[in-house]
Design a binder for this molecule. Structure first.
Ligand SMILES: Cc1ncc(COP(=O)(O)O)c(C=O)c1O
Length: 482
């Protein structure tokens, strides 16, 4: 049997957001780098591997193409693919990228794989790095060390740096209409950490209603804390209030400013209904306001928290989009009714954000750099967003639909009549990385197969244009004049 004959037995995670071909590529590459696969050892044929893994031949070919292009494997007599000699692997990057001769009929390998540095990656989560005010940030870090040494060498305030919490409270009032005191603000190292703390420290209901599709990063945390997750479908405006009412839950997680991943902005009337639901059921709403700074159409809508007269909204914010994901800095604003309980529980936990980062961020905000940075990034992302929409319309036309384009740092494409696995692979072989959003569905099978996700914040307008031009070539076989 083929399964018995195979010399490599990769494990593939079909639920992962990493495409199958990348998993296979990564697995073989690691086996080679770790010396488990030795020089000239044979790699299973495309047919064997696809049969073993129960994946398409295309998937295996794409993985092999990349390994060939990077010089990890090469093609020997009679179409055999083998591990490249180790000395060659260890040699220069140029050597590694040489495309070996004698590519075979069997692998159908195309030699046109772009070098790794030329891959245009529409990864969601990337932010602009080149225009980041690095000098100012470095200055704040240095000043934190020079002028606040006492503060930054210890564990710091368990709730988080008081000055920073005050700056955040001010910022929230000015930008989101949220009126809160620094006492209600709690710092943490990212949204998942904050959710985890909420689960541990508050006696919340053990059943949480979540948008479906919705942010998998948060769903996983709830699940790991033993919460029962009640998926609530989306209406065109956002989470279905009707289904929420039937959910039997007294806790709901929502992304009203920019539904993740579909991207709708929840209108005020639906926000009012959600608040009513919370008041009538003595329930709490967790509002994840992760990227509200970046809105491109229509008037800004104040946060749900700003409309909450009944003290039922737990507000979550993060610096990952507006500043840097690497800061690992986020915060929760708790309703007054939960503040004391949370604070009491938190007193036995150390603060998870480095005091150095907290103090430097405090300096960055209090000097007005943060606001200036946001203003600059809003303009920059707006231009990138406009360029992306224009490129999609010009190069892909009505063969695709655009979903969730009013706000944020990503959008979805509905590539009519196609399948995302095939689309991702074709894109990759033309030097573009795009992603399937399927992991954000409670049941990934329910994600329309035609959906592809593109993050654009980390790409210049030029890269966006050539990326979409490459997609046109990859998906529709048409070149463009770019
Ligand atoms: C819906 C949503 N919330 C929050 C975040 C930010 O998470 P963190 O604060 O852990 O970086 C993201 C980032 O991907 C997100 O998509």
């Amino acid at each position: 049997m083929v399964r018995d004959m195979i010399s490599l037995t990769p494990e593939i995670d079909r639920q992962s957001r990493v495409p199958l071909y990348q998993q296979l590529y990564g697995y073989i590459r690691k086996q080679i780098e770790d010396g488990i696969l030795k020089e000239e050892e044979r790699i299973p044929s495309v047919r064997q591997m696809s049969s073993y893994l129960q994946v398409s031949k295309n998937t295996v070919e794409t993985a092999y193409r990349q390994l060939l292009a990077e010089g990890y494997i090469h093609s020997r007599l009679r179409s055999r693919l083998c591990v490249f000699p180790i000395e060659t692997l260890a040699s220069s990057a140029v050597g590694r990228r040489q495309i070996p001769e004698g590519l075979t009929e069997e692998t159908k390998v195309r030699t046109a794989v772009p070098a790794a540095h030329d891959v245009i990656d529409f990864e969601y989560g990337d932010v602009e790095k080149d225009k980041f005010p690095l000098k100012r940030w470095k200055q704040c870090l240095t000043d934190a060390l020079n002028d606040h040494l006492e503060e930054v060498v210890g564990y710091g305030d368990r709730q988080g740096h008081k000055g920073l919490r005050t700056e955040i409270a001010k910022y929230l009032y000015q930008s989101r209409g949220v009126l809160c005191s620094a006492e209600q603000v709690f710092l943490g190292a990212g949204t998942q950490q904050m959710i985890s703390l909420l689960c541990q420290l508050l006696g919340l209901s053990g059943r949480v209603a979540m948008e479906d599709p919705g942010y998998n990063g948060v769903r996983t945390v709830f699940a790991n804390h033993g919460y029962e997750i009640v998926p609530v479908p989306l209406d065109p405006d956002g989470l279905s209030a009707e289904h929420l009412r039937m959910s039997g839950s007294r806790l709901a997680y929502v992304t009203p400013s920019h539904q993740f991943p579909i991207g709708m902005v929840m209108p005020v009337r639906l926000r009012t209904r959600l608040l009513q639901w919370a008041y009538e059921n003595n329930a709490y709403l967790i509002e994840d306001d992760y990227d509200s700074e970046f809105r491109y159409q229509g008037q800004p809508i104040p946060a749900l928290k700003a409309m909450d007269t009944g003290d039922k909204v737990i507000y979550l914010g993060t610096f990952s989009k507006s500043f840097l994901p690497g800061a690992r800095l986020s915060y929760a604003v708790l309703p007054e009714s939960l503040e004391a309980e949370f604070k009491k529980g938190q007193q036995v936990y150390s603060q998870s954000v480095s005091p150095l980062i907290q103090t430097a961020t405090y300096l960055f905000m209090s000097r007005g750099y943060f606001e200036a940075h946001i203003r600059r990034m809003r303009k920059l992302y707006q231009n990138r967003h406009r360029t992306l929409i224009r490129a999609i319309s010009e190069y892909l036309g009505d063969r695709v639909g655009v979903i969730g384009e009013k706000s944020g740092m990503h959008l979805l494409l509905d590539v009519h009549g196609r399948d995302s696995d095939e689309l991702l692979e074709a894109a990759f072989s033309h030097g573009v990385k795009v992603y399937s959003p399927r992991i954000q569905w409670m049941n990934p099978e329910e994600c329309p197969p035609t959906y592809v996700m593109l993050g654009f914040a980390g790409l210049t307008e030029e890269r966006i244009l050539s990326g979409v031009a490459r997609l046109r070539q990859a998906w529709f076989g048409e070149s463009s004049s770019i």
